[in-house]
Design a protein around this ligand. Structure first.
Ligand code: SF4
Length: 547
């Protein structure tokens, strides 16, 4: 380790001096410091832990760490990227902690995890964690720590039994899963004891003060950025969208009580401001926020906005961004086809997309990035032609604006209406088709890797049988080929890749996360799926139709 990045941090909170009998905790981010410290979720949870006098917290990243306790009682991970599981396993090994919860004993700390990946579907990683925290950290984390304090001196089994009673605290080892066949779906998911809740409910924070950075540093991946969470979730409910469905209901930070005080605090430490949230411009007072930021005292502030709803891109927004040193804006259109947008419930019309481009240009922006998706359930080749057509129309309506189309592959996510739908095998070809048509038009086409999307789908719909596979993949070197090799080696012991990734799952099949309750009940998700399939050109596969 050549240097310590911790000295360069500007803290926006005061860590407490821990009490003599404080619980020694390691709080880890399973990636490099620059990435972890750019995660608002990690920053906020760390500050919460560091402000408790009953905890002595040390941070751990894959490349740097603070002085670590020799005998931690709790080791936590904030997980925001699925493929970081490799690093979780690596960090556990470096701490001499057995990888699987069942191999740990009274000598070992409790390993807990939280964050969007584990809240969506913890099952592929369930065997590696003693405790998973499902939902928003605001209240859940304190509830967990307080419950732990009450059983701190109890034996491990009693600790876990007791922690399982805290709403949102999921103890994977206390649930027994049987399968129809070794390589088939689950037959039942039951708590091992009647005292354990049959369903664990994801926890939702309902206050109007949302998160803001607790540390600013030049060593962050977004150098010196101060982040403010403007909204949480998104009211649009596009049917593939985890950022909306998993975090419902839509909540907005109060301008007076949350956003303005946070921005004032942050801008004493830096002049780079990031407005975060799944749909920032949906904030009901967004225009007032722009007026606030347009005051002369903030003229030198560099402003970044995470996500902008297409039909909120007006000239004022574009001008504000230009004034604050941003030259481009990103909008998600999903597709150029109105029918595909109806399937996904994206309430957006082609003329609004074109108008957004015209406004962006009129406001002085020089580039427009669009996000699309290939392989949306029910998509046909004709829909791709419509995406090509709208990009050509934008070029004509706003000449000179640099155009980029980033394109991902549809990946089914737990707790969304499309959780039952597999990845379309035609997507790779479709991405190539888009590329062939768009690049000669001077449109920068940037497809995301199809093969990695397949792995994302595997993890997003995975069950506990994947834990052995993930360990093997790590052993074989964490390449795309190592997943195939591991599936081959485990043939007969778990379903094939095909089942997890490409197969449409019957809607009456027990899902791997059946015992974990998200914001909406399964019946509502099914209704939303049915509304989507009504726009399909052909009838949906049998298992997906009304059950
Ligand atoms: S508008 Fe964006 S953030 Fe909102 S639901 Fe749709 S895809 Fe998700």
């Amino acid at each position: 380790m050549s240097f310590s990045p911790f000295a360069a941090e500007h803290l926006l909170f005061t860590p407490t001096t821990a009490a003599a009998d404080a619980v020694p905790v390691i709080f880890a981010f399973p990636n490099e410091y620059s990435i972890g410290i750019t995660s608002l979720g990690y920053q906020v949870i760390w500050a919460r832990l560091a402000q408790r006098f009953d905890l002595e917290v040390s941070r751990l990243f894959t490349d740097h760490h603070e002085p670590l306790p020799t005998q931690p009682e709790l080791v936590g991970f904030s997980v925001s990227w699925e493929l970081d599981y490799i690093n979780i396993l690596g960090l556990l090994e470096s701490l001499h902690i057995p990888l699987r919860a069942t191999q740990r004993n009274e000598e070992h700390p409790l390993v807990f995890g939280g964050g969007p990946v584990l809240t969506a579907n913890p099952e592929p990683f369930a065997d590696f964690f003693d405790v998973v925290l499902l939902g928003d950290g605001e209240t859940l984390l304190d509830d967990f720590i307080e419950a732990y304090q009450t059983v701190r001196t109890a034996d491990r089994a009693a600790q876990l039994q007791s922690l399982a009673q805290v709403p949102g605290v999921y103890i994977p080892s206390l649930y027994h899963i049987t399968y129809q066949d070794l390589d088939g779906p689950a037959a039942s998911i039951q708590p091992i004891d009647p005292a354990i809740p049959a369903q664990v409910h994801k926890q939702t924070f309902r206050g109007n003060v949302l998160s803001a950075s607790t540390v600013v540093t030049e060593k962050a991946a977004w150098e010196n950025i101060y982040m403010v969470e403007v909204v949480r979730s998104c009211p649009e409910m596009c049917r593939f969208c985890l950022a909306s469905y998993l975090t419902l209901p839509f909540r907005t930070a109060s301008l007076e009580a949350s956003l303005i005080p946070a921005i004032e605090r942050g801008l004493t430490a830096t002049s780079r401001l990031g407005l975060l949230g799944a749909s920032v411009t949906q904030h009901p007072e967004f225009s007032d926020l722009l007026d606030y930021l347009n005051q002369p005292k903030y003229d030198s502030v560099r402003l970044s906005i995470a996500s902008v709803r297409t039909n909120t891109v007006d000239q004022k927004l574009a001008e504000t961004l230009v004034k604050h040193d941003t030259r481009s804006i990103t909008i998600a259109i999903e597709s150029g086809s109105e029918r595909v947008r109806q399937i996904v419930n994206k309430k957006l019309h082609n003329d609004e997309i074109i108008q957004a481009a015209v406004n962006a240009k009129a406001g002085g922006l020089s580039a427009l990035k669009l996000y699309g998706m290939a392989g949306v359930p029910g998509e046909e080749m004709d829909d791709l032609d419509q995406t090509i057509a709208i990009l050509k129309a934008i070029k004509k309506a706003a000449p000179g604006l640099r155009l980029t189309l980033g394109c991902s592959t549809f990946v089914p996510k737990a707790h969304t209406p499309f959780q039952w739908v597999g990845v379309n095998r035609q997507v790779e070809k479709r991405l190539k088709y888009l590329q062939k048509q768009l690049r000669p038009q001077g449109i920068d086409f940037r497809p995301e890797s199809y093969n990695w999307s397949v792995i994302q789908a595997l993890i997003s719909r995975g069950d506990r049988r994947l834990s052995t596979l993930l360990e093997l993949v790590r052993h074989y070197g964490d390449t795309l080929g190592s997943y195939r090799r591991a599936f081959k080696e485990l043939r007969g012991q778990l379903p094939p890749l095909e089942y997890y990734v490409h197969t449409d799952w019957p809607t009456d099949q027990i899902l791997p996360w059946e015992h974990l309750q998200g914001p909406l009940p399964k019946a509502t998700l099914l209704k939303h799926l049915t509304s989507a399939t009504e726009h399909f050109a052909e009838s949906p596969p049998t298992g997906l139709s009304n059950n």
